[in-house]
Design a protein around this ligand. Structure first.
Ligand code: C2O
Ligand code: CU
Ligand code: CU
Length: 468
């Protein structure tokens, strides 16, 4: 096996015969043609240590009996992705974190009409930034994501950045009963509070997987929290390593290596890239763990295999910076956005994209009236090319991972904690926290802006920001 060839089971094998493998900068762009994806109902066997293994029916993926594939693109190279809807329900596909043309953003009614059964929508764009991103539907979002349709979207640097192996890690929970069958993922009780948690935590649809990695090698781990609800609280093993990217972009301010006493919180929608130096001795194992309620569980274990490659972390150059325009903070206008609870009203009109009949949440005290409602104005209109500070104010006791499409922003300050100033598209707001973020409004369009706890998004905590 070539040192960069590594398949994470069938989940890494892509559609249309393309090798969307988990390994690889040696795969030349020439090997990449249009990517064809088709959603479908499927089943999957979850092996739960100490519980047993069950075949769960009624899941949604882009592959049979396997998780959605890792899609790999190259920074600066045009990608064509043909998304065919193999489900009865409508759908769209959204490319979370990618700065792309508005028409390719996959938001129903705002940027495109939902994709009907057996219809195909062609998404074509050139990703300007390298890094770890992900994809998920934005229509029937709650249902399709909870049932499995979330995948990693990796934009590779055009040059080799020096790792022996690249390991995508899609963190997602499922909500299963004792027989391994799906339980309701939307509950009014959960939606009005912190969201409904799953009970089977998976990494690439596996419970506590063990992956072979080269002894003494340098591996790049790409964690993506794609669950609809869970905030992962991660602790890393005591081996040499560092966090090299946050929400896609190379870190500019250091993020501490998390331990069990000081775990790192990764909210729904967020990603993190880690460079790790594997121990030298063959067979040694290192585990990444997470705090789930009161218990500490393994998220992934890496097992050293083969003779040591004797690599050194110092051999890694910093990841190349992405071409993001620095906001002009000194001259930025301030806009405030308030996230709060709203007493139960009527549900949103989400048209063909799924409603639950409840309203619990709001932005600036008005709940999102629904994806399909025409003529709803933006939460804010930003002038193209200007810099802004958005003051995000959480007036609720619940946590909200707030996500903006199409643009990236930099946290400036919080009323509660020190925030590293790393570019991001999703920021986790703590209870009653106020965070200022800065951005340059350099991508025109109507950009969805919402909480990534999907039950919150679907019950009012959504809207859009216009850049024109
Ligand atoms: Cu990850 Cu509006 O989405
Ligand atoms: Cu997004
Ligand atoms: Cu929320």
């Amino acid at each position: 096996m070539n040192r960069r060839q590594f398949l994470l089971g069938s989940g890494a094998v892509g559609a249309a015969g393309l090798t969307l493998a988990a390994g690889g900068s040696q795969f030349l762009a020439a090997e990449r043609g249009p990517i064809s994806l088709r959603s479908r109902m499927t089943s999957h066997v979850f092996n739960r240590p100490g519980v047993g293994s069950f075949e769960t029916q009624g899941l949604i993926s882009l592959a049979d009996k396997a998780p959605p594939p890792v899609v790999r693109l190259t920074q600066g190279e045009r990608a064509v992705i043909r998304m065919t809807n193999g489900l009865e329900d409508y759908t769209t596909m959204h490319w979370h974190g990618i700065r792309l043309p508005n028409a390719m953003d996959g938001v129903p009614y705002l940027t495109q009409f939902p994709i009907g059964q057996d219809e195909t929508f062609e998404y074509a764009y050139t990703p300007p930034d390298a890094g770890t991103y992900w994809y998920h539907p934005h229509c029937m979002t709650m249902n399709q994501m909870a049932l499995g349709l979330t995948g990693l979207l990796i934009v590779e640097e055009p040059e080799d950045v020096g790792f022996d192996l690249d390991v995508p890690l899609n963190l997602k929970d499922f909500r299963l009963d004792a027989e391994g069958q799906l339980r309701p993922f939307f509950t009014p009780r959960g939606a009005a509070r912190g969201g409904t948690l799953g009970n089977v935590s998976t990494t690439n649809w596996s419970v506590e997987p063990i992956y072979d990695v080269p002894s003494g090698g340098l591996v790049r781990l790409r964690f993506a929290a794609t669950d609809t609800t869970r905030i992962y609280k991660l602790a890393f093993p005591d081996v040499p390593g560092r966090i090299i990217a946050w929400d896609g972009h190379p870190v500019e301010e250091n993020i501490a290596w998390p331990t069990a006493d000081k775990p790192l919180w990764l909210g729904p929608g967020q990603r993190m890239d880690v460079a790790l130096r594997v121990p030298d001795s063959e067979g040694s194992e290192v585990s990444f763990t997470g705090q789930f309620g009161t218990s500490q569980r393994t998220v992934v274990t890496l097992r050293a295999t083969g003779a040591s490659r004797r690599r050194d972390l110092a051999e890694l150059k910093p990841l190349p910076r992405n071409p993001i325009a620095e906001p002009d903070v000194a001259n930025a206008e301030i806009r405030q956005l308030v996230f709060g609870w709203t007493p139960d009203g009527k549900g949103a009109n989400n048209g063909l994209c799924g409603s639950y009949g409840y309203t619990f949440w709001s932005i600036d005290r008005s709940p999102w009236p629904g994806d399909a409602v025409e003529g709803v104005g933006p939460l804010a209109t930003l002038e193209l090319g200007k810099s802004y500070i958005l003051r995000l104010k959480n007036e609720s006791p619940n946590l909200h991972p707030i996500h903006l499409h199409g643009l990236v922003f930099k946290p400036l300050r919080s009323n509660q904690r020190q925030l590293p100033g790393n570019y991001t598209d999703t920021i986790l707001l703590m209870k009653n926290e106020v965070v200022d973020i800065a951005l340059k409004a350099d991508n025109p369009g109507d950009w969805a802006f919402h909480c990534h706890v999907i039950e919150h998004q679907k019950t009012g905590l959504a809207g859009y920001i216009r850049v024109a």
